[in-house]
Design a binder for this molecule. Structure first.
Ligand SMILES: O=C(O)c1ccc(O)c(O)c1
Ligand SMILES: [Mg+2]
Length: 628
């Protein structure tokens, strides 16, 4: 289907918005009146710029408060409409969005409103303009698509149809299935927006918190399916009012937007397949099937010489062995169970993306078919990473995630070892550190702090690329502000990688607080007491847990006293799922450089969370440790 984006979704001047939409590959735009009024470009110049950029102008909007007015106001409104229709001819756009009257003086009289809309359509017709009438969720009398359709039917003019906007319909909890009964040729335009579920004034919700499909809590796939079933064949157009996107780089936002439509089209195509008569009449982009990742082949940590020494001590104390070295780069492979960590002794700040002495710079994801995921990545506008590589090195495809993390698509070795391991040789013997025998089994999850502008983009990116499902967002209180957290995993989380994305809710500001921007690697084990005992015996300091925490634990759980004493001694924290979903034991290392720590976790009886209850304690202690 053709894809459009409203200029209100993007930051910048009108010209910058058009260039961004064109560069990432949109077919068309909705021009927001405010963008045009503030532009030095005359309508004809905008038209020729759009032509040069290969963009259609699909909609001009919004035209407000036309219907349900007294006769004096009606005459003014018709004059205003004629001026806009003349402008639209210059602009070369044939559809205007008219939103339902939202003023306090609007008159509640369907007959009057329908007659006035008919007059508007009659006025529009000689200009070759179609009027798409949209019910705003906060319209004074017309706030549902059902009522807007009643008026359009009653007005009965070929130049008058509906604009459906998913936000206005889904935010009110209306049932969208009735859209199927509206004739497709009366659906003049479709605007798509998702939003996080919130209970707040709907106008504020709409103007500040909309997001792209797949980033919020609405079911845009089911919604759009109803619209296609009605016979709509116009563009899929995004109309997202969002405070963050208004301030972010427009080209990145546009790429994020286009990705969201690709994922939506792919979901629609799949839903239609296998259902007799379920295939929509329109052509939908179909991605190669997702390939469920098997887990992390490796996690790469880049660190300065000094911090790398600290990472090595932690890994040794947790039982990791330094087993190989990269043949041509300063990279060590540390291994324990199925957990592999690549320790790259390169200051991450040299890569310009990170501002800390240690950072998780790459994730290796084990895949049965990395080529197929690479092809998905291209269709998802994922930037391919070209990296310095010796000719003898294993070619691995890699893409850049929104936070700059490199995601390597790693083939898994059939029976033998993973192909990329051939790039590593046995290290010089005097450097080898043998591993211990603690029961660390693998990498449970990685926690990645996201730049404020790119949190929603990142969760859509990782979930679309790897076929992971995003959980609910949770806000957690740190001493320096709220941290929002959202986890991604396969629908059966135990079978693949887990990624926890975190972001500071208020943003990082011009002077990022050092308590923010923290990343971590969580290791899985079957016996956390044994791992903690061995780590302490090896001299590893664990992050101290306050006694108040353990007193609270005694009050809220029925763990046996000897168990609690062990946990107090070994600084182990506890969480459980009150709905019978198991329990969680975990401990942390101190921050290694102010930005990176390790965690060891033990999941009991199918626990699927991340110990969110304990995160505020962890953030507070880490902050204190940093100040010390
Ligand atoms: O917030 C508004 O006023 C507004 C304007 C035009 C739209 O299409 C819309 O959905 C909302
Ligand atoms: Mg709208």
């Amino acid at each position: 289907m053709r894809r459009s984006i409203a200029t209100v979704c993007l930051s910048g001047t009108l010209e910058e918005k058009l260039r961004a939409a064109s560069r990432v590959g949109f077919d068309g735009v909705e021009i927001f009146e405010n963008d045009l009024i503030a532009s030095p470009l005359r309508p004809r110049e905008i038209r020729s710029l759009a032509d040069d950029l290969g963009l259609d102008i699909d909609l001009y909007q919004p035209f407000r408060d036309f219907e349900g007015v007294d006769d004096a106001r009606l005459a003014e409104n018709v004059r205003r409409a004629e001026a806009k229709f003349a402008l639209m001819v210059e602009l070369g756009v044939d559809t205007v969005l008219v939103c339902s009257n939202a003023t306090a003086t609007a008159i509640d009289d369907d007959g009057r409103a329908a007659a006035q809309l008919r007059l508007l359509a009659e006025t529009a017709e000689p200009y070759g303009v179609r009027v798409a009438y949209e019910a705003l969720a906060w319209g004074t009398h017309v706030s549902t698509y059902g009522r807007s359709w009643d008026l359009v039917r009653r007005a009965d003019h070929p130049s008058l149809g509906l604009c459906l906007d998913s936000f206005h319909i889904l935010s009110r909890g209306d049932d969208p299935s009735g859209i199927r009964d509206i004739p497709g040729d009366r659906l003049f335009f479709l605007q798509l927006a998702d939003a996080p579920r919130m209970s707040m004034d709907v106008l504020q919700w709409s103007r500040h918190h909309r997001c792209f499909p797949g980033q919020g809590g609405f079911d845009l796939v089911a919604f759009t399916e109803h619209v296609l079933a009605a016979g709509y064949s116009g563009p899929l157009s995004l109309e997202v009012f969002n405070d963050v996107f208004r301030a972010a780089d427009p080209e990145r936002t546009a790429a994020d937007a286009l990705r969201s439509l690709t994922v939506l089209e792919d979901s629609l195509a799949r839903r239609g397949e296998g259902v007799p008569g379920g295939r929509p009449a329109v052509t939908l982009t179909r991605l190669p099937d997702p390939v469920p990742p098997r887990g992390f082949g490796f996690v790469e940590v880049a660190a300065t010489q000094e911090t790398a020494g600290r990472v090595r001590s932690v890994l040794s104390a947790l039982g990791f062995a330094h087993v190989r070295d990269h043949r041509s780069k300063p990279v060590q492979l540390w291994e324990h169970g199925r957990a592999r960590i690549l320790l790259n002794a390169t200051d991450p700040r040299l890569g310009h993306t990170w501002d800390s002495a240690a950072a998780i710079t790459a994730l290796g994801v084990d895949l049965d078919d990395p080529e197929q995921v690479g092809n998905r990545a291209e269709l998802l506008c994922a930037p391919a990473l070209t990296r310095r590589r010796d000719r003898a090195e294993t070619p691995l495809r890699a893409v850049a995630a929104p936070d700059g993390t490199a995601v390597f698509l790693c083939p898994v070795g059939e029976g033998g070892e993973d192909p990329w391991l051939a790039d590593f040789s046995a290290p010089a013997v005097e450097d080898v550190r043998p591993g211990g025998d603690t029961p660390v089994t693998g990498i449970d999850h990685v926690g990645l702090h996201q730049p404020f502008d790119h949190f929603d983009e990142a969760s859509l990116f990782y979930s679309a690329l790897l076929g992971l499902a995003a959980g609910e967002s949770t806000d957690l209180a740190s001493p320096d502000g709220l941290v929002r957290s959202r986890a991604l995993s396969l629908p059966s989380p135990d079978e693949g990688p887990r990624i926890a994305l975190n972001v500071s809710v208020i943003g990082d500001g011009p002077h990022p607080d050092p308590a923010r921007g923290v990343q971590h690697i969580a290791l899985a084990c079957d016996d956390i007491i044994a791992v903690a005992e061995a780590a302490v015996a090896a001299g590893l300091p664990l992050m101290p847990v306050p006694d108040n925490y353990h007193d609270d634990l005694a009050a809220r759980t029925d763990l046996p006293p000897h168990r609690r004493e062990q946990m107090r001694r070994l600084d182990i924290l506890h969480d459980h799922d009150p709905d019978g979903g198991g329990g969680f034991l975990h401990f942390f290392t101190p921050l290694l450089d102010g930005h990176l720590f390790f965690e060891v976790v033990q999941r009991v009886d199918g626990y699927q969370g991340y110990g969110a209850r304990n995160t505020p304690v962890r953030m507070t202690v880490h902050r204190t440790g940093r100040a010390a």
